[in-house]
Write a protein that binds this ligand. Structure first.
Ligand code: PLP
Length: 427
């Protein structure tokens, strides 16, 4: 259920008029709904419990890169979430947010020695390793610390996630993961290294998947590999199916998390019974977008209306540096006026002030607007703030968390002077 709804006097986040937030904190500002974050996380956690998976049997590792604000991480951590990180910086965020490092898994193709050391010193749950050189490096770093690193190999099941090429990651010619036909050999290498303990297998085939068929296909391939490994005496303790469930930006109808998980657990249970002699194997997930995407909006104010010969532009104070997805993936975000007007609607491109033609947030939208109107760019909770930059020396937006009637500033707006504070002029 959406927690961003119209009432008589405009658009609300839970019980708070978004216009009040814009007035108090200025624009552009990201606004997140605590109820929405909670519901979206519990869709995973409750489905796991409903299929008899407690803390030992399943772990939801929220993908930190989708929205890494400390308040979001803290909330999810309190609900029992683990964390999927892709950098040492994200690990430090999880720690600063009070997250449990024992529930952290470390993904990514390019882990540095320093990041490995940091993660080992905090005893994270598992490294998702993507290549043989990475196995050797991790083994060396762990040896130098007299530790054993738990590893899972990210395999590339070569299934087509049928999503945008930039967010599809499970195909053969992709930089991610270990090719399926090399997986067995890579596991043998991992098992032979004394400072590594092979504990799992993982895959992540892409993002914004509307249908779970490719995920279940990937699961089948992962299971097939687990059987081959078992025959070689390598027994896995967990399967990690990655993230990737999509959300509704416009008219999309993504599979319900509960339905996806019930199909997934049914397959895993059948396999355990028939092939895996009932052995315990825990299941991990790495959802990002499906937890935060529709839990956030970006508030912006119309600066100017430009009525050109062929197009109308609404120039707003948010830009591609605040929300990169339209410029980067031609992504579609809903645009809602905080105040509904009776005036005649015109077709607008909603664009930012950045000096790039790619700086647009929405195209060809019917809106009834006046200068100074406030807009909400919808579904902006995932890959919004985390992908924001300081291009054009624009301070990044403020972030606010709404909980019922209460509003908390969870990140201050950046001050332009801070943006060049680390720079110096040669004497
Ligand atoms: C980005 C990412 C995720 C999260 O993907 P969503 O589509 O946001 O659910 C999970 N796992 C890995 C390895 C990722 O890179």
């Amino acid at each position: 259920m959406s927690h961003f709804n119209y009432r008589e006097d405009g658009l609300y986040a839970e019980n708070v008029p978004l216009a009040n937030i814009a007035r108090q904190f200025g624009t552009p500002t990201y606004v997140y709904s605590r109820a929405s974050l909670t519901e979206n996380f519990l869709a995973y956690a409750d489905a796991c419990r409903a299929h008899g998976r407690g803390e030992q049997g399943a772990l939801v590792c929220y993908s930190v890169k989708s929205n890494s604000n400390l308040a979001v991480l803290n909330l999810l951590g309190k609900l029992g979430s683990g964390f999927d990180i892709v950098s040492g910086g994200e690990l430090l965020r999880v720690i600063a947010a009070g997250g449990d490092t024992g529930k952290v898994i470390f993904s990514g193709v390019g882990k540095s020695r320093e990041e490995m050391r940091l993660a080992l010193s905090h005893n994270i749950r598992c490294f998702n390793v993507e290549s043989i050189p990475e196995l050797h490096r991790l083994n060396e770093v762990a040896a130098s610390m007299h530790k054993v690193a738990r590893v899972s190999l990210r395999v590339n099941p070569d299934v087509d996630a049928k999503t945008h090429p930039y967010i599809s990651t499970g195909l053969k010619d992709n930089k991610f993961g270990i090719a399926f036909e090399d997986a067995l050999n890579t596991y043998r290498v991992a098992a032979s290294l004394p400072h590594l303990e092979v504990t799992g297998i993982d895959c992540h085939i892409g993002s914004q998947l509307l249908d779970d068929a490719p995920l279940l296909e990937a699961l089948d391939k992962v299971i097939e590999l687990a059987d081959q490994l078992h025959a070689e005496g390598i027994d896995l303790h967990h399967l990690d199916i990655g993230g990737g469930i999509g959300i509704t930006y416009d008219q999309e109808q993504p599979v319900a998390v509960a339905d996806y998980l019930s199909r997934l657990f049914a397959r895993i249970d059948r396999w355990r019974k028939e092939k895996y002699q009932g052995r315990q194997i825990s299941v991990m997930f790495e959802p990002g977008r499906s937890i935060v995407g529709n839990a956030g909006v970006l508030l912006t104010e119309v600066q100017y209306l430009k009525h050109g010969a062929t197009k109308n532009f609404a120039v707003v104070d948010a830009a591609m540096n605040d929300l990169m997805r339209p410029a980067m993936y031609e992504a579609w975000h809903g645009v809602q006026a905080l105040q509904r007007r009776d005036a005649e609607a015109k077709t607008y491109d909603v664009v930012g002030p950045v000096c790039e033609s790619g700086d647009w947030l929405a195209r060809d939208r019917k809106l009834a607007l006046e200068a100074d109107d406030l807009l909400a760019i919808m579904s902006a909770g995932a890959y919004g703030m985390t992908m924001a930059s300081n291009y054009n020396t624009r301070g990044r937006a403020a972030e606010v968390l709404v909980d019922g009637d209460s509003v908390t500033l969870i990140r201050q707006r950046e001050n332009p002077a801070d943006l060049f504070a680390l720079e110096s002029i040669p004497s």
